[in-house]
Design a protein around this ligand. Structure first.
Ligand code: SF4
Ligand code: SF4
Length: 207
């Protein structure tokens, strides 16, 4: 059995993570020496707003991000899955690391009960260790809403516009967190929407 690590109180974590996704706070993950994000063969999206990162990352390591507007880049990884900016066990550009790295929080995978296999073994192991607490009365309800949202995204991918439902588990989980209020209101209502109706509502409310 894997060890357990305190992930935080669920409703408080959702509030913090929502601020992080809006760029109003840096992700504050108690990584405790884990470097899974930097060593798990991830392509890191660099946005035009990542001015600091764009200044310090050598140009030859960046390539244009497919299907995104100009000036969006991807930073690849070396053979062992390590980010090129990761050296001697840490990020060499930590102060200027891109928003993608600031926002990544593997607890989102735990929160949405996601399949973590595509995140690689280090992140999967870490996700298995997290344990949320549910001290506030609304926390269990929020947890169910996030799970329902993730399930709905997975089961109705084809009803959403192209690109709305991400391919990677962690990005899909982040979308589930974003749209979960819709599934809290579903719990509180007797009205049943058809999947297509709900998809339209979600896309209009969370473009
Ligand atoms: S995988 Fe999770 S715990 Fe590990 S470095 Fe990334 S965010 Fe931190
Ligand atoms: S830029 Fe830094 S924080 Fe981001 S993946 Fe690379 S080494 Fe890790």
């Amino acid at each position: 059995m894997s060890k357990r690590i305190e992930a935080g109180e669920f409703s408080e974590w959702i509030s913090d993570f929502t601020l992080t996704m809006k760029g109003q706070s840096d992700g504050n993950v108690p990584c405790n020496g884990c470097v899974g994000c930097c060593t798990s063969s991830k392509f890191i999206l660099i946005r035009p707003s990542d001015a600091g990162a764009l200044e310090v990352i050598p140009e030859q390591l960046l390539f244009s991000a497919p299907s995104l507007p100009p000036h969006h880049y991807l930073l690849g990884y070396y053979k062992k899955g390590h980010c090129p900016m990761f050296k001697n066990g840490s990020c060499t550009i930590y102060q200027y690391r891109p928003e993608t790295c600031r926002q990544y929080d593997c607890r989102v995978l735990k929160a949405s009960d996601a399949d973590t296999r595509d995140e690689g073994p280090t992140i999967s192991k870490k996700v298995a260790e997290w344990e949320f607490s549910y001290d506030k009365p609304e926390s269990k309800k929020l947890q169910k809403a996030v799970n329902d949202a993730a399930k709905f995204l997975n089961e109705n991918k084809k009803l959403f516009p192209d690109g709305y439902v991400p391919i990677s588990s962690s990005s899909l989980a982040a979308v589930a967190i974003r749209i979960h209020p819709e599934f809290v209101s579903t719990q509180n209502s007797n009205r049943v929407n058809t999947p297509l109706k709900l998809v339209k509502k979600i896309v209009a409310k969370y473009p």
